[in-house]
Design a binder for this molecule. Structure first.
Ligand SMILES: [Zn+2]
Length: 238
């Protein structure tokens, strides 16, 4: 039977029957793969580690008749320190949830895979504030998915947004003058400056004061969830 060997990360696991699990994998080369892992809930199961959310490594998958079954796994990274902080675990799960909403079977996404790995590594192994990491992840994620929010020009009138009261409208696609979108979410000039810097990656210069990152996270979560058609349920992944 044909065998697929690929690097991937576990985005979600779902119990199936008495002792099985179905794992949703995200592979940089193959996009989303849903794979049956038989017998992995038995205490002595050899492939138990292949079914933990965040587990990254080389998966050996047997494919036949449109079905995929896990037959081997080598762990390269489990991001275990994430489990020490509920807050960081929730932020990491949110990043997984975003990828689960975006990953499609057969669609290679090496950039998004690398971004996810780097974000999880920072959350697990550094002291970098988690909110800041998640905002930066979501900005790059949106750009890769072709839904980057407008942060320079007003999403309604197209003119530059600099001075004066600012709003953010997920429906309109980004920042707006308060006069153009009075019902948008108010956004401070500092938070907008922060978002403009943070969109250039995890290490780009940005004014990441805590109030700015909190505001930035609030609008980016709303924006991503509006665009992906529903809330990303981080809690379900744990
Ligand atoms: Zn405007």
């Amino acid at each position: 039977m044909p065998e697929l060997i690929t690097e991937a990360i576990v985005l979600r696991r779902t119990d199936y029957r008495d002792a099985d699990r179905i794992i949703a994998l995200f592979s940089p080369d193959h996009g989303r793969l849903d794979v049956m892992a038989r017998g992995v809930r038995k205490p002595s199961a050899r492939l138990k580690a292949a079914c933990e959310p965040f587990a990254t490594g080389t998966f050996h998958i047997q494919t036949a008749g449109g079905r995929a079954a896990l037959i081997g796994f080598t762990l390269s990274e489990g991001f275990f320190p994430l489990r020490r902080s509920y807050e960081r675990l929730t932020q990491a799960s949110y990043a997984l949830g975003a990828c689960l909403s975006a990953a499609q079977p057969g669609k290679p996404s090496p950039e998004l895979f690398s971004l996810l790995q780097l974000t999880l590594a920072r959350l697990a192994y550094t002291e970098q504030p988690g909110e800041n990491l998640l905002v930066r992840f979501l900005l790059s994620f949106a750009a890769y998915e072709g839904l980057a929010p407008s942060l320079d020009a007003c999403a309604i009138c197209g003119k530059a947004v600099n001075a004066g009261p600012i709003r953010f409208s997920s429906d309109e696609g980004g920042v707006c003058h308060a006069s153009c979108a009075p019902f948008g979410v108010p956004l401070s000039a500092g938070a907008l400056e922060y978002l403009r810097g943070a969109r250039h990656g995890l290490d780009a210069e940005a004014d990441d004061d805590a109030p700015n990152t909190a505001d930035g996270l609030r609008v980016m979560r709303g924006f991503i969830e509006a665009n992906l058609g529903g809330r990303i349920k981080a809690g379900e992944l744990l």
